[in-house]
Ligand binder design. Structure first.
Ligand SMILES: [Zn+2]
Length: 294
């Protein structure tokens, strides 16, 4: 059977990363699955609490499981940014492969205490579920921001990462290394890029010795992403780029067929638009040559 832990170990040995893409409808799921299947690389589907509320926690789990089984394909499901144990338990019971237990807004001692409890409670439900913990400040909201928040004081250090991982026993750590949720308008227009602190990533990897996730990957410089993966990042999250592509694809589909009312004749424009971004990002994360797109 496909296991996320094994796929992460393989990716780590191969010097590549697994792409994590957020979905909140069937179109995003279809686009992501199709892109991953065409490239034949494992893929992680993520839904935050808000996205799960819209789609249905058990419903998305059923959908992803059916794709994995029917196509014998390594597609996995992550409960992204979960802020309470109750929501985590709901995802564990539904069969999610991993969870991002995010109490990074709390003081670090409280984050450690509650994350440790969550690791124990979630592993009691499903011992193979991977639990990710969060430290530092990477902002909130996978959307378009007008101005850049000052996140410089919330950067993670190797010492803090080591201590957090040892105290909580998380499988995966999400550090703050120059990354940020959402995109600035100038990033959507391609005028500016996010830059990462590669030395910090390498230091955290050496100290923490667990899988590392990069959140807020949208709008990041391609070369920085390659270096971050070489320095120890195992999972890269992309959400805002997909949301931008989703909207553009929908606008294009509606404009192209102004009188059409059949959803499955309008929505392929959205699938194509999102699929192009996912495909381009997956090629980069998997060390393949990146052609056109995103
Ligand atoms: Zn995130």
């Amino acid at each position: 059977m496909h296991s996320l832990r094994n796929r992460l170990l393989e990716a780590q040995q191969g010097g590549v990363a697994i792409g994590h893409f957020n979905v909140s409808d069937l179109v995003l799921l279809k686009a992501t699955f199709t892109a991953a299947r065409e490239l034949n690389v494992p893929v992680l589907i993520g839904l935050s609490e808000g996205e799960r509320e819209f789609v249905g926690t058990r419903q998305i789990a059923g959908f992803v499981r059916s794709l994995r089984e029917e196509f014998d394909f390594p597609i996995f499901l992550n409960a992204d940014h979960t802020h309470s144990l109750a929501k985590g338990i709901e995802a564990a019971k539904a069969g999610f492969d991993s969870i991002v237990f995010d109490l990074s807004a709390l003081p670090i001692e409280e984050n450690v205490r509650q994350t440790k409890q969550a690791v124990e409670a979630l592993k009691a439900i499903n011992p193979s579920m991977l639990v990710e913990g969060e430290i530092g400040d990477i902002g909130t909201g996978s959307e378009i921001h007008e101005s850049s928040p000052d996140l410089s004081k919330g950067l993670s250090t190797p010492e803090e990462a080591k201590q957090f991982v040892e105290s909580t026993r998380v499988d995966i750590l999400a550090p703050a290394v120059g990354n940020m949720h959402g995109m600035l308008r100038s990033m959507v227009q391609g005028e500016t890029k996010k830059r990462l602190d590669i030395e910090r990533i390498a230091g955290i990897k050496r100290a923490a010795r667990v899988f590392l996730t990069l959140h807020g990957g949208s709008g990041t410089d391609d070369e920085d992403l390659r270096k971050a993966i070489a320095a120890g990042i195992n999972i890269v999250h992309i959400n805002t780029e997909l949301r931008v592509a989703w909207r553009h694809g929908l606008e294009h589909g509606l404009a192209k067929q102004p009188d059409e009312v059949v959803p499955y004749k309008i929505l392929p424009s959205v699938v194509d638009s999102v699929k192009q971004v996912v495909g381009s990002r997956l090629q980069l994360f998997n060390g393949r040559h990146v052609g056109h797109g995103a």
